[in-house]
Ligand binder design. Structure first.
Ligand code: PMP
Ligand code: GLN
Length: 382
């Protein structure tokens, strides 16, 4: 009753709900995506040194410490194929979550339309609502989960201010092709819209190229690229993110950021400097490791009778459960956590369209392989 009308419809997130059930039933948690190992040691060492030095206890600059913005510029300059200007094009945020909120609140006016792709990460429609925007949904369907150019076009109008692109995509594991992204870019040019590009799974691709929206012709000017430390360095609890974009978009984002969090804890930012200086071999090892985990889980789930949609990226896998005789994803997920003691995410939470995702469940494979095997064993018994 006390919750604002804007937020009331969103309730408690599916991640909070399923993790609470996982704890209650002592289940293996393949729901909320977080690794079950300790995060990158070299990043933690750098943060610990920052704490021990005793000189970094007061407010850092709102846009982030210069050392971190410099490290972001050095890493992302070549990836985005341009010289980045840390003072006007890079902002450090408290996770990608804050980068998203600052983008919407800084750029969207009441009544502006925002195109969201179903299934979507749950924060997007909530952020649109916070900003007073109007969401327009377009669906991707199994087995391909591809963007349909005609359906996409039908969601754009003269009121469209922005589209959110998430690639690699949570929860489908799609890595959008250059051709798919070019369709989005063409529409943005035609309708004078911007892209909020959520690329937190940028380093988790399995034999696919991660194409960055901001590198498409004419798209740097229209794109905010968001990422964070959580997934790549197995530090989801640290909430360190960054936003990269042209001066005008960055200024809008910062207008909101200064009042949301103002800044992000300094030791965590020093850890971020070490993270972004990791050698290429770190990312190669990460990809190889996750690809192997993906294959372990995919094989196991297929054996047990799930219809597996093999992901091209991220650490999530969508699977159909037609063989198990349940009507919808929520009742099946609740059954699994109680009876098999394996937690998953019912992806209807990622759709606005009624019935969307109700024949699928999402598994996270950011767990050691023994745990994944154990989860499959538990599922085999039901
Ligand atoms: N975007 C997507 C697609 C995600 O899966 C997540 C995962 N939490 C986030 C944003 C949030 O990132 P962070 O933890 O850095 O806030
Ligand atoms: N991104 C994580 C996931 O998709 C969860 C983030 C959260 O708990 N809010 O599982």
């Amino acid at each position: 009753m006390a919750t604002s009308e804007r937020l009331e419809p969103f309730g408690v997130t599916i991640f909070t709900e399923m993790t609470a059930l996982a704890v209650e039933h002592d289940a293996i948690n393949l729901g909320q995506g977080f690794p079950n190992w300790s995060g990158a040691g070299f990043v933690k060492d750098a943060a610990a040194r920052s704490l021990e030095e005793g000189k970094h206890d007061q407010y850092p600059p709102s846009a982030g410490i210069p050392e971190l913005r410099g490290a972001i510029a050095r890493r992302y300059g070549p990836l985005l194929d341009r010289d980045l200007e840390p003072n006007i094009e890079i902002t450090v945020t408290s996770g990608c979550t804050e980068g998203l909120a600052a983008s919407f609140l800084g750029l969207i006016d009441p009544g502006d339309e925002v195109v969201l792709i179903e299934p979507f990460y749950d924060a997007y429609p909530a952020d649109v609502a916070l900003a007073g925007g109007v969401p327009r949904f377009v669906s991707m369907r199994p087995p391909e989960f591809r963007l349909d150019p005609d359906e996409l076009r039908a969601t754009f109008s003269e009121r469209t201010k922005a589209i959110v692109i998430n690639t690699p995509h949570n929860p489908t594991g799609r890595v959008f092709t250059r051709e798919e992204l070019q369709v989005v870019a063409d529409l943005c040019h035609e309708f004078d819209a911007i892209v909020i590009s959520d690329e937190v799974y940028e380093e988790m691709t399995y034999g696919r190229e991660h194409v960055r929206m901001a590198t498409l012709p004419g798209m740097w000017e229209r794109t905010i690229t968001l990422s964070s430390l959580g997934k790549t360095y197995s530090l989801t609890g640290w909430k360190l993110g960054w936003a990269i974009g042209p001066g005008e978009l960055t200024a809008a984002l910062r207008a909101a950021h200064q009042f949301l969090t103002f800044t992000t804890p300094t030791p965590v930012q020093h850890g971020g400097v070490a993270a972004l200086e990791a050698p290429e071999s770190f990312y190669e090892a990460l990809r190889a490791d996750y690809q192997s985990k993906r294959d372990v889980l995919a094989r196991g789930l297929s054996d047990v009778g799930f219809d597996v949609y093999l992901p091209e990226g991220t650490y999530f896998l969508m699977a159909g459960f037609e063989n198990f005789g349940f009507d919808d994803d929520r009742s099946f997920a609740h059954h699994l956590v109680r009876e098999a003691r394996v937690a998953v995410i019912p992806p209807s939470a990622f759709y606005a369209t009624p019935g969307g995702g109700s024949d699928l469940v999402r598994f996270a494979f950011c767990k050691d392989e023994e745990t994944l095997e154990q989860a499959v064993d538990r599922l085999r018994r039901i």
